[in-house]
Write a new protein. Structure first.
Length: 426
């Protein structure tokens, strides 16, 4: 029973890490001055948009049209697609658009991180200020590059835009994804930015070319964005939140379609933590709060998985009644308060709160499934291969018609089809 108490206490401590980091951030807010845009840049930065694509002919054209429709000086933007081990018409789509395509075949080193490293080694990075990495199923808002440029100079930092859902109305899963995206970017990342903490990286990230020239591409895990975030953090390199730069991606609309993606994300973060924990803890470049926050991000399950884990562990605690059962249960339940607060905050700014609330009816089914994915990922201890998430066609208007709606933060409308941003998955 004592061993069981210790195990539950360790689980509670890990689940409480994000709450602890947020409480420290809130305590520091009164001493933190608002961050202002760096005026050190005397010119507009130039961008290289790198789009890694593996058999993406279905959605790639929409992605390319959105990038080409950016309201930014065209001479300061170059678009290059990496057709990685493709057996479909991906390269033909790129050439039909009049853009440069780098075709790569390597059956040993497959996947996005290897494709990026291969391309970065052969490209003249000195011509650009930042490299923007966009998934082939994504679309960017017209002012995407303009908003990134406001964070200039870019050479020695990384930026994370507002990463969203392009198909939020398709299913309860996509609505929940959109809601938790607002939680992540409007509230969680905003708090980190205010107190100088790095924010996690995801689709649409921009990394300064000086960093790439000096260090090359170093993230090769199945969750390369999480690994890059961790590497940059342990080296004391700034990763900033740029919420007004908006990028939208297709969210899985079924449990089957979502399975490989969620398993990869969870297993990948475990692998990153295992590989980089020692270096992060020993790093002389970052403060203890940044180390704590990075570990909290790497160990935290998604909101729904977190709640499911807490419910299961609390039930076991009361069933087996080890020493300190009441206090253990209270600690576990306290760890989910953070998710409730952020979800309520996101609901307040949701343009369709009724539909978002209705999506929560799907939570019991999703929570059980998500808990199984969490346990499977932990069992593999990060040892999983990359599996491409299944795509499907959406009925959307031209990306060039994006405009901000009045429906609250992080909302982009495409014609008559609503598309709301997301990043952190439920």
């Amino acid at each position: 029973m004592i061993i069981l108490t210790l195990l539950i206490a360790v689980a509670a401590a890990i689940l409480l890490l994000p709450t602890l980091s947020d409480l420290i951030s809130l305590a520091r807010l009164h001493r933190a001055s608002p961050r202002t845009t760096d005026d050190g840049a005397s010119r507009l930065p130039s961008f290289l948009f790198l789009i890694p694509a593996h058999n993406e002919e279905l959605l790639l054209d929409t992605c390319l049209r959105s990038v080409r429709a950016l309201t930014y000086p065209p001479e300061l933007i170059e678009i290059i697609v990496i057709a990685d081990n493709c057996v479909d018409g991906t390269a033909e789509v790129v050439r039909a658009a009049g853009l440069r395509c780098l075709e790569r075949t390597d059956i040993v080193h497959r996947g996005k991180p290897w494709a990026l490293a291969w391309a970065i080694e052969q490209l003249p990075l000195h011509r650009y200020d930042g490299v923007v990495i966009v998934d082939a199923d994504a679309v960017v808002a017209p002012d995407f590059a303009t908003q990134l440029a406001r964070a200039a100079p870019l050479a020695r930092k990384a930026l994370q835009p507002f990463n969203g859902v392009s198909n939020r109305s398709e299913h309860a899963l996509t609505r929940l994804g959109a809601l938790f995206a607002v939680s992540r970017f409007c509230f969680i990342n905003a708090l980190k930015q205010r107190v100088g903490l790095n924010v996690p990286l995801a689709n649409g990230l921009c990394i300064g070319t000086a960093l790439l020239i000096e260090h090359g591409w170093q993230a090769f895990s199945i969750c390369e964005d999480w690994e890059l975030y961790t590497i940059l953090t342990e080296h004391g390199i700034r990763v900033e939140n740029v919420p007004d730069a908006r990028i939208l991606s297709q969210e899985a609309r079924s449990l089957r379609q979502s399975s490989s993606q969620r398993t990869r994300w969870t297993a990948g973060r475990i692998a990153v933590l295992r590989q980089h924990l020692s270096a992060l803890l020993q790093s002389p470049h970052v403060r203890w709060h940044q180390k704590l926050d990075c570990i909290a991000e790497l160990t935290a399950p998604g909101p729904v998985a977190h709640v499911a884990l807490v419910i299961v562990i609390v039930l076991l605690t009361f069933l087996l009644h080890p020493p300190g059962a009441l206090w253990l249960a209270l600690a576990l339940l306290a760890s989910i308060v953070r998710h409730i607060v952020y979800a309520l905050a996101a609901l307040r700014v949701d343009p369709e709160p009724g539909s978002a609330i209705a999506a929560f009816a799907y939570l019991p089914v999703y929570a059980v499934w998500r808990l199984g994915i969490q346990l499977l990922s932990v069992a593999t201890f990060g040892g999983r291969l990359w599996v491409r998430t299944e795509r499907h066609v959406e009925s959307v208007a031209s990306p060039g018609s994006h405009s901000l709606s009045d429906g609250g933060p992080g909302v982009i409308r495409t014609g008559s089809t609503g598309m709301e941003t997301r990043q952190n998955q439920p």
